[in-house]
Design a protein. Structure first.
Length: 190
């Protein structure tokens, strides 16, 4: 069976949806590991609930980014993974992992890239007074949300903007688009 690893730093709503879709057979792969850089993240509790192995680390305890990515790489090589899925992972992926897994690391971002890269994309969209935002799944490269786009879905928004409502609607799109895109990528790798 194919194996995917999820990198996350926060609450884990996309993590949990991917796990559920995997358990239901809608994603033809096992979620084999959670990699988390935040020892207080709620996603760890979710991983424990689903009995998914975790690799939780504090980047500050390593001499360099290369050092902690080498530790992660050793864990990944032992599992023989097909795909790395970023789901709210709040760090840029460095050359150690990018070179080891070219075109095998993907991310989801709450905007229609290339618009509103980086942190608080929803807040950026509201501040820009846009009428359309959305969700993008893209390959990860060395930049911040600059990798080749795989899939996008738009969301119309109108003033007055209600951030919580927009966040809810964005999450609804993410929870459908990400598992569907992951499955399509897995099918391409057969």
């Amino acid at each position: 069976m194919k194996k995917i690893v999820i990198f996350a730093s926060g609450t884990g709503s996309n993590f949990e949806e991917i796990v559920i879709q995997s358990l239901r057979g809608n994603i033809d792969a096992e979620v084999a590991l959670l990699v988390c850089d935040n020892q207080e993240a709620f996603v760890i509790e979710k991983a424990n609930r689903y009995k998914i192995e975790t690799c939780v680390f504090d980047p500050r305890s390593y001499a360099s980014k290369k050092a902690y990515e080498q530790m992660i790489l050793r864990r990944l090589k032992a599992i023989d993974i097909t795909l790395i899925v970023l789901a709210g992972y709040m760090r840029l992926i460095g050359p150690t992992l990018l070179h080891a897994y070219p075109n095998r690391i993907i991310n989801i971002h709450p905007s229609l890239l290339p618009a509103f890269k980086g942190l608080d994309a929803i807040g950026q969209a509201i501040k820009a007074n846009v009428r359309v935002t959305g969700v993008t799944v893209h390959y990860v490269d060395a930049g911040m949300d600059t990798g080749r786009i795989i899939a996008q879905e738009a969301l119309a928004i109108t003033p007055p903007y209600h951030r919580k409502k927009i966040e809810h609607e964005i999450h609804q799109i993410e929870h459908k688009l990400y598992p569907k895109t992951i499955q399509q990528l897995l099918e391409e790798r057969l």
